[in-house]
Design a protein around this ligand. Structure first.
Ligand SMILES: NC(=O)c1ccc[n+]([C@@H]2O[C@H](COP(=O)([O-])OP(=O)(O)OC[C@H]3O[C@@H](n4cnc5c(N)ncnc54)[C@H](OP(=O)(O)O)[C@@H]3O)[C@@H](O)[C@H]2O)c1
Length: 285
């Protein structure tokens, strides 16, 4: 049996859909904090179990009989180390043979604020003694979908990423990569994949592509990190979210989300999804 946590999320759903193309539904465990959210999966004969990172008592039963587990990082920033540790302990208790974890690109040296929880989770997995594979995912191209629509409307995209290049890929690409490892015959214990898109772009190039596709002038306005954060707060984002996004851009300016090793391409055996495709889908509504 192969289990996927956070199966109700965007990535989790894509992983389950990709797994369904490879193994029978009865061998898939979809773990969700709120099982009702994935009742559609139960109706496809997938095994649905409650797996709430904040309720450790749900986790070992959720992983019972599971050989390989994809632990998708949670979305409650600031609480994730404790939550992920509970999932790792439960996987160990349940006798899981392999843990895959969705981390962040170059987690070991990433200056992005979000990377700290990933570093600590990676360390906890390593310390658990359970065989593991780390999938260090770069940004999703989908992170820029709403921004593309907004930029086409306003004629400007703000950021603080400077000339930093972003090697993004779509969630479906990362999902297929996870499934490639989850279903592989032989897996190298301790392997770390740096997963990133084939093509990298700067935010100026992103703005130029939005302009090309929308037929409207769009420019990129680079700002100091504090100013960008203030713009986001003025636009209505809560301060912690604004700080997180600005930290991401600042990291990009230092090359944190650039990678040209093409490990994602190799793992999925095809080209990754370019940012132009995400912009096209977003502008089409
Ligand atoms: N690489 C990137 O660009 C990028 C961007 C955003 C996020 N991420 C990370 O990648 C993960 C997956 O991305 P996504 O697009 O699928 O995010 P998403 O759609 O926001 O889904 C987040 C998932 O985490 C689950 N979750 C949150 N707290 C949980 C808990 N206490 N116990 C169990 N599950 C919990 C959510 O469950 P509910 O449905 O119950 O809320 C949901 O299934 C995110 O959670 C985040 O860690 C990466």
């Amino acid at each position: 049996m192969i289990a996927v946590t956070a199966a109700s999320g965007h990535l989790g759903r894509l992983v389950v859909a990709s797994l369904l193309r490879t193994i029978p539904p009865s061998q898939i465990v979809a773990g969700a904090r709120t099982p009702e959210k994935v009742s559609d999966l139960a109706s496809k004969s997938i095994v649905v179990r409650q797996a709430d990172y904040s309720r450790p008592e749900t986790l070992a039963p959720a992983f019972a009989g599971v050989e390989r587990l994809l632990l998708i990082s949670g979305s409650e920033v600031g609480r994730r180390v404790e939550q992920h540790k509970a999932a790792i302990a439960a996987a160990r208790q349940a006798g899981v043979n392999l843990i895959l974890y969705t981390s962040i690109l170059h987690a070991d040296r990433s200056p992005i604020g979000l990377a700290e929880e990933h570093r600590q989770t990676e360390a906890a997995i390593r310390a658990s003694g359970v065989p593991f594979v780390i999938l260090r995912n770069s940004w999703y191209t989908e992170n820029y979908g709403a921004a593309a629509v907004q930029a086409a409307k306003l004629g400007v995209h703000y950021g603080c990423a400077g000339q930093g290049r972003i090697s993004a890929a779509s969630r479906a690409d990362y999902a297929d990569a996870a499934v490639a490892v989850l279903t592989a015959k032989n897996v190298q214990n301790g392997r770390i994949y740096e997963l990133a898109g084939d093509e990298a772009f700067t935010l100026a190039e992103f703005a130029a592509e939005v302009a090309r596709q929308s037929g409207k002038p769009v420019r990129y306005q680079d700002l100091p990190e504090a100013e960008y954060r203030a713009v986001l707060v003025k636009a209505g984002l809560p301060e912690p979210i604004a700080a997180m996004l600005a930290s991401g851009d600042a990291g990009i300016s230092k090359g944190a989300l650039y990678d040209d090793s093409r490990q994602l391409h190799a793992l999925i055996g095809r080209a990754t999804t370019p940012i132009s495709a995400t912009i096209k889908a977003a502008l089409a509504g």
